[in-house]
Design a protein around this ligand. Structure first.
Ligand code: ZN
Length: 215
């Protein structure tokens, strides 16, 4: 099936993901060479896997894969902590909990997606950020080659460093396609990870309040 995306070419793709190539023809040429080499390697991978019937529908698949990977990894090209710089002067003595933040990430060991929800709580000291900013931090770290444990800690550290709250706690529930669709093939297995900072490390009341809220 032909879609509009098929008319999008390598140079346009690079211009949208690497705006710095607009004024740097050497860099543009280098990245074009990279993309072409990846496309060739993907053709080889497809052949190795047994896909060798010259199906014209697959001609653009290597290009689509490169494009998808640039999207999966857009977090490398931003600083997620920057979202938290916008703070409000609000008196808030109790925790702020944002739950069920959906995310999609990519297992760095198998390049297989893992996805689920993140729940974030922080007990502000003086700085309160916008609720959508927490979701943007999750997105900025999820859109990279990741492991769930690191993702959980990076979100906690970003909030801890920029907002300097009294405490932070992050929980992530995710399904890993590398676990459910290959290897151990445990379709229903979910991984739950936690990261806590400050008051959330030892205050059992704060912890249980958070765990109850995200149930
Ligand atoms: Zn994996």
């Amino acid at each position: 099936m032909t879609t509009n995306n098929d008319h999008y070419n390598e140079a346009e793709l690079l211009a949208s993901y690497f705006p710095e190539t607009a004024n740097n023809s050497e860099l543009l040429q280098q990245k074009l060479t990279d993309v072409q080499q990846i496309e060739q390697a993907l053709q080889t991978l497809m052949a190795l896997c047994g896909q060798d019937d010259n199906n014209p529908d697959l001609d653009k698949t290597p290009f689509r894969v490169v494009k998808a990977f640039l999207e999966y990894t857009s977090g490398y090209r931003e600083d997620p902590t920057a979202h938290l710089e916008k703070v409000f002067d609000i008196q808030q003595n109790d925790p702020i909990i944002v739950k069920d933040i959906e995310f999609y990430s990519m297992c760095e060991h198998h390049f297989a997606p893992f996805f689920g929800v993140a729940h974030v709580a922080y007990l502000p000291d003086q700085k309160v950020t916008g609720l959508s900013k927490i979701a943007r931090v999750v997105e900025g770290y999820a859109r990279r080659f990741q492991v769930q444990e690191r993702l959980t800690n990076q979100i906690a550290d970003a909030i801890d460093t920029v907002l300097q709250p009294k405490g932070v706690m992050v929980a992530i529930e995710a399904k890993h396609l590398c676990v459910s669709s290959r290897g151990a093939k445990k379709e229903q297995a979910q991984t739950f990870t936690l990261a806590s900072r400050g008051a959330y490390i030892k205050d059992s009341q704060l912890r249980s309040e958070f765990m109850t809220a995200i149930k």
